[in-house]
Write a protein that binds this ligand. Structure first.
Ligand code: SAH
Length: 346
């Protein structure tokens, strides 16, 4: 089985049963304590070794200071649609956002992969705030455990759609996916990784042979328009991105989701839908339209319901599979594109 972690390093969260067992042995403890540590870390909410009541008292005291790798809850806001936004404080004081999105049969967590984001997309609050650093494996896994524990309910779905560009932190994002799957017990098919595209990284992700859904933030139907919205598109033209996505489909046999933010009067015209359909003809894919969620730093507008419906109809007429994502948590700034670093709780 692929291990997802350098062995016996700290922090403990994010490590496999084998690595935790080695660590426990290195501390002079019997092997079975490794299994106990694993259970308590991933399923009993242990935040420090002193929480693990099955461990001998002397050991719990001696190892109280060991870095388990859990973040601290800095702030929590519940929106009227029951979406919960968490501001988590990391060990170095940085703040990240995570969103828990409950529905009748699901509990979805929207996880961050970086503190801030270097991609600087013009419509996204995270991008406007700049980039600080990549998240560690434990800092990604912690977000899911935090939501699970807070809701007192198993997390069923994970979307890498919080702060950051996961493919700029591929190694940790992939390791976190493996950990969340093997150790926390969430099916890879219930996970989606969203990327705006980083040259070569989609191909590399295919080689990981994961079963997660790949979502690609397209947002425009031609290179000129995409470049206006997404600065990184300059080094990664639309045609090259689409070719790499085609390769991904061939290598994995999995269909790709294309995310397309709808900005009134800009990229929401019937001609854009026709152009988009042209690119996606015969492509094993699915389009997810995201009506723009307002942010303070930009003055784009969300299109009317009528133009959203018209855009959908244009795509459907060309036999493109399409859905509309009505983001939740809007009024608490917990929706797509509204997450930002280091914002004080309002
Ligand atoms: N960096 C990754 C994941 C981040 S966000 C990516 O770009 O895919 C998840 C989705 O929300 C992306 O498709 C992103 O473009 C979109 N988004 C960003 N700002 C938004 C806004 N203001 N309104 C609606 N969607 C937005």
């Amino acid at each position: 089985m692929a291990t997802h972690q350098p062995r016996a390093a700290l922090p403990l969260l994010g490590q496999s049963l084998e690595a935790l067992t080695e660590w426990v042995q290195a501390q002079g403890q019997p092997t079975y304590r490794g299994k106990q540590l694993y259970q308590w870390l991933y399923h009993q909410g242990a935040r420090s070794l002193s929480d693990i009541t099955v461990f001998p008292k002397a050991w719990r005291q001696a190892w109280e200071h060991v870095d388990v790798g859990r973040s601290a809850l800095h702030h929590r806001v519940v929106a009227s649609d029951d979406t919960v936004k968490y501001l988590l404080r990391l060990a170095d004081g940085q703040i990240i956002e995570t969103v828990g999105i409950p529905s009748a049969k699901r509990l979805t967590v929207c996880v961050s992969s970086q503190v801030g984001c270097p991609m600087a997309c013009d419509f996204c609050a995270t991008g406007k705030g700049g980039f600080v650093r990549n998240l560690g494996i434990h800092e990604i896994v912690d977000q899911v455990l935090t939501v699970q524990e807070d809701f007192g309910q198993r997390v069923s779905h994970i979307v890498f759609m919080g702060m950051g560009e996961p493919l700029l932190n591929s190694a940790n994002a992939v390791a976190a996916i493996r950990c969340l799957n093997q150790d926390v017990g969430i099916g890879q098919r219930a996970m989606t990784l969203s990327t705006v595209g980083v040259p070569g990284r989609i191909r590399a992700l295919a080689a990981e042979q994961l079963q997660v859904t790949l979502a690609v933030s397209l947002h425009a139907s031609n290179q000129t328009q995409r470049l206006q919205l997404i600065p990184s598109a300059g080094a990664y033209p639309l045609s090259v991105l689409l070719d790499e996505c085609r390769e991904y489909v061939q290598l994995t046999g999995r269909r790709v989701t294309f995310e397309y933010i709808l900005l009134a009067g800009l990229n929401d015209q019937p001609a854009n839908a026709a152009e988009l359909a042209q690119h996606l003809r015969g492509f094993q894919s699915h389009v997810n339209l995201i009506p723009y969620n307002p942010i303070d730093e930009a003055d784009y507008q969300r299109p009317s319901e009528a133009s959203i419906r018209a855009f959908v109809a244009e795509l459907e007429a060309r036999r493109i599979a399409v859905t509309v994502r009505y983001s939740r948590g809007l009024e608490e700034n917990a929706a797509c594109g509204q997450l930002r670093a280091s914002r004080r709780p309002s």
